[in-house]
Design a protein around this ligand. Sequence first.
Ligand code: PEP
Ligand code: MG
Length: 574
Amino acid sequence: MVFIEGKSASPGISSGRAFIYKQQDLSFETEKINDVQVESKRLHDAFNLASGELLEIKNSLSGDLGEEYGHIFRAQMTMVEDEEFLNEIIEIIEEEKLCAEGSLKTIFDGYSEAFSSLGEDDYNRQRLADLADVYSRILRILLGLPDTNLSGVPAGSIVIAEDLMPSDTALMNRENVKGLITEKGGVTSHVAILSKSLGIPAAVGTAKAVSQTTAGDEVLLDSRNFEKASIWIKPGQAEKLSFTKELKSHEEKTALISEMKGKEAITLDGKKIELSANIGSLEDLENALSFGAKSVGLLRTEFFFLGTKTQPDEEKQFVFYKKAAERLNPGMLVIRTLDIGGDKEVGCFELPKEDNPFLGLRGIRVSIKYHEVFKTQLRAIVRASAFGNIKVMFPMIADVSELIYAKKLISEIYDELKTEGKDFNPDMEIGTMVETPAAVFIADLLTEVGDFISIGTNDLTQYVLCADRINENVSEYYRMFSPALIRAIKSASDAALKNGKWTGVCGELGGVAIAIPLLIGIGIGELSMTGGMLPEAVSIIRNLNYSDCKKAADKVLLMKTEEEIKAFLQANFA
Ligand code: PEP
Ligand code: MG
């Protein structure tokens, strides 16, 4: 028996036979050429063929995984249909007299470097994966190799690979795949997106999974724990026995959970909790709605700005916000204004290079510096507020003057729109993201000015504990259940509630099963999370007593260590 651990990319538990998937060998020698025209034509034809293949994949996805996953291939098709892009490669063929393969590599290397330097956020990682996928496709065609993918996986397979590209998985026989295990990839990779949307358990970052497995080996995969996934290869009798028990109880639980889709999140003793989804696009919104979401507690607007060379104008943004608001109406849509800087960079902004970007020009600070960009975004949001239940909130607030500045700008926009005869909701709620220690200390002042707070635990954790959220070297110090963080949440929430304002949590913690009773007990009234987590959250809440949650929170607030807190919550609520 071999035991391996990895990161959980899609929660679940399953068993099957190992199907080892190896990527094709696409190595080649870069050669000098004589006939530029022949080489350019080869490249041209390869782009055309690639475009045809992608169209086929995209079409075969519609009505199945549909828009939600299809947009990955739309992004890839845009790349292969981009004339300018093709011409850049042809220029290398012409000027450097390199073969099509070598010229393609030169340009792709340049682009991947540019994307990598944009930072490590989810969006950039996904675009980088798209780029690599497109590169492999065109190169494979140039090398005259056949297309390989996972369409022929036998029933009951657990796919094990070094890495999986979107095109490997797009045509995968989903009925036959019981789990996905990759050595590479993070919890926000394509594999994670795909497996979550299909409900297939998945583990990523599983060192040496391929070399430790032989095709056909029995594999047990347990990725239910949000922190880690466990994998047994060729398990013994004892492991199999305890796994079968776990599997059965999980299946019973899953059946119950799926019945919870869209039900009210209300505790046994009648406390109603607002459950909402975190989204970054209209595709995300559709996905969240399919899991029963009724409202959105965090629309990360920066994704709309990523991947475009020019900033989206007021009209474009207005249409986007309006569509989302109308789709959710009467459910609320909390729009967060542009949150760039730190780990999030966008191509259409020239932000200065900083030694400590997380302590630099980020969130609201960027909006204040680039007044016109901020105003354009706010005008679009205020105009869209006429079409649904829109609320707006601001990231990285550390001083009440920043909120006052934003509020004043909104009231100027109200006046402008009145003069222009445009519709808007004059009572749109204005809130603050609490994600800096400063915002925790002044939550009372912030809720005198604003209408609500939404606690961004992803950043609050890093700023309270001084542990960079993307630095692997300090990941053990990034403690989501640290007493300091729990007390910070409690303090901000109490201050807001005292001012009669509502409180939400939109960081990852809000969607962690054992955190839900704690946050409710602290007094949080709204939890916003990944759409796929919503049915389970409903199920958890409907089995809780608010009075028990309050007692548990009181106890937790006196505990000394994260271990103690996690163990207590695990014992009482898991
Ligand atoms: C957060 O910081 O918790 C949050 C929700 O914002 P983001 O993850 O987009 O920084
Ligand atoms: Mg944040």
